[in-house]
Design a protein around this ligand. Structure first.
Ligand SMILES: Cc1cc2nc3c(=O)[nH]c(=O)nc-3n(C[C@H](O)[C@H](O)[C@H](O)COP(=O)(O)OP(=O)(O)OC[C@H]3O[C@@H](n4cnc5c(N)ncnc54)[C@H](O)[C@@H]3O)c2cc1C
Length: 524
């Protein structure tokens, strides 16, 4: 049987998901080829083993530690592939940075996110009046049913920043800017600017529905091991073709259709640099792979094309004529921000022994720091694996050394044991390759649907319209399903079923029902 060719650019989660669903639903009629410019599969959800020459130890380097919520599509998929053993439910101790010191408080055994409030009150992070206001605000947020809002209501919620939204609910700037509020509302997670209220509500609902009172799921090994590798192997078992060092350079258009991808092999080679003695190593770089064959450029044709590339990479490969089309022009207005991840491997444990996964809500630029030692159980690891994740905005014009100095200052105050412990390895990563899409006010309108104006080109990626709204692994996975579904529909093949986020249950679901019964008002 002659097969219909599909060419996918980008082997991140979105590209892999598109490939898997095309092959699973395609009944042998589709041939899928995924092209990845680098030597690592998985994009922002990848991790790399890094062999340290000096110590002969292997360190797992992640882009940033990944929390795995109860994702309705990716979760069952990993379970079906027998890969969910890598998702450990871990107790997390929450420490909040407040007025130059860390406050530690216990979560109560009541449904999330309300489990944080009694502890916050008792540890003096806010007074009773603000406590009541925060509680009411959060309750309103959880009762909001985004998918039942009218388009106009959704636009209004997206147009306003989360901070202004909180102000409208009577919260003071002191409360809004406190680390506690930022942490429980997720409104500052590696975000330099305020998220739109719509994006923040979606993120808070996701987190709240998945954290139980004292624990949530983390990856207990590198992200590539737990998430990407099972998917990659599944894609290959289905007969998919995966090619590394194949950078898509141009999306060529003839008439009103995409006619080919111009592909250059071996242009982008991402390698790990030796960093044992170098504090400020950026462990990724883009250069020609000296040992490989010389770059060759070819035009590759297919019946359908999927661009599973982040917005900035997509812009680079589109022609000015394509970028002038309203569909693509909107993408150029989406904001992105590069992230910083900073990992320290210690010779001993520096975080408190009773915390399985200590997470600290910090002021910028690092929004969180965690000790992955408790989560990753690295067989070769002896001590804490401390990882900071943050955004580059506040430090854009400052050298790496400033960031490291500020981070170390905070760390030493948070976990004093780190002062005397020996750092065995340190990696600092501040790269353009993993720029994060920012859900700033007004951005929901700019996020593209999978089907482009070219009838044979489809977009996938965490920044596209997925209905999930949170920039995360599940969003990327759903976007791949959606791009695949567009092609499957055109080929008369059955579509893959995209499952929605689960209902929160309990008091929130009852309140939603009551609100609906009282006139259908489900909005804020
Ligand atoms: C620091 C950090 C922490 C995060 N934490 C979490 C978390 O806790 N939980 C969670 O669920 N999610 C988290 N995420 C988000 C999650 O990792 C991403 O949403 C998801 O991995 C994005 O997948 P993607 O396929 O859309 O894009 P990407 O992962 O960016 O994939 C795009 C791929 O395309 C390739 N590519 C680019 N240009 C070209 C080209 N011209 N030709 C060929 N290939 C190309 C890239 O090399 C890459 O492999 C985090 C992300 C970061 C950066």
């Amino acid at each position: 049987m002659a097969q219909t060719e599909v060419l996918v650019a980008g082997a991140g989660l979105a590209g892999l998901s598109a490939g898997i669903h095309l092959l699973e639903q395609g009944a042998g009629r589709l041939r899928v080829r995924v092209l990845e410019r680098g030597h690592v599969i998985g994009g922002k959800a990848s991790s790399m083993p890094h062999r340290d020459k000096a110590t002969q130890r292997t360190f797992t380097v992640d882009h940033g530690f990944h929390v795995f919520f109860d994702y309705p599509n990716l979760g069952p998929r990993l379970q079906a592939l027998g890969a969910d053993g890598g998702l450990a439910r871990a107790k997390h101790e929450v420490l909040i940075w407040s007025e130059g010191a860390v406050r530690r408080f216990q979560a109560w055994d009541v449904p999330s996110p309300f489990h944080l409030f009694p502890g916050g009150l008792l540890s003096g992070l806010y007074g009773p009046v603000d406590g009541v206001k925060i509680f009411r605000f959060m309750f309103d947020i959880f009762v909001t049913e985004i998918d039942r809002l009218s388009a106009a209501e959704r636009r209004a919620l997206d147009a306003i920043s989360f901070d202004d939204y909180a102000r409208q609910h009577g919260l003071s700037d002191d409360v809004i800017n406190s680390s506690f509020f930022r942490f429980v509302t997720q409104s500052a997670f590696i975000f330099p600017k305020s998220m739109s209220a719509l994006a923040a509500v979606a993120a808070m609902q996701l987190v709240a529905q998945n954290y139980d009172a004292v624990a949530c799921r983390y990856l207990n090994r590198g992200c590539s091991d737990v998430v990407i590798e099972p998917l990659r192997q599944h894609f290959l078992r289905l007969g998919g073709i995966l090619e590394k060092f194949k950078a898509v350079e141009h999306v060529n258009v003839t008439g009103d259709r995409v006619s080919s991808f111009t592909v250059e092999n071996n242009k982008h080679y991402i390698h790990a640099t030796e960093a044992t003695t170098n504090w400020y190593s950026n462990y990724h770089s883009t250069e020609t792979h000296a040992a490989g064959p010389p770059p060759v450029t070819t035009d590759v044709t297919a019946a359908y094309y999927v661009a599973a590339l982040p917005p900035r990479d997509l812009e680079e490969v589109l022609s000015p004529a394509s970028l002038a089309l309203p569909y693509f022009e909107k993408i150029t207005r989406l904001e992105t921000q590069r992230t910083i991840a900073f990992t320290l491997w210690y010779d001993r444990v520096v975080s408190p022994p009773d915390a399985d996964g200590a997470i600290i809500g910090l002021p910028g630029p690092f929004s969180t720091v965690a000790d992955l030692h408790w989560l990753q159980r690295d067989p070769e690891g002896r001590g804490s694996v401390v990882q900071f994740v943050g955004e580059d905005g506040a430090y854009a014009s400052r050298p790496d050394a400033d960031i490291v100095a500020d981070a170390m200052d905070v760390l030493h105050r948070v976990w004093p044991a780190a002062r005397t412990a020996t750092i065995e390895k340190k990696l600092f990563h501040r790269g353009n390759h993993d720029a994060f899409f920012l859900s700033t006010p007004g951005s929901d309108e700019l996020r593209p649907d999978a089907a482009s104006p070219y009838p044979n080109l489809f977009l996938a990626g965490d920044y596209t319209q997925t209905g999930f709204r949170v920039i995360c692994m599940e969003g990327a996975y759903i976007s791949g399903m959606q791009a695949a579904n567009e092609i499957l529909a055109r080929e008369g093949l059955p579509r893959a079923r995209v499952l929605p986020m689960k209902e929160p249950g309990g008091v929130i679901s009852l309140a939603r029902l009551a609100k609906r019964a009282l006139g259908g008002a489900t909005g804020p």
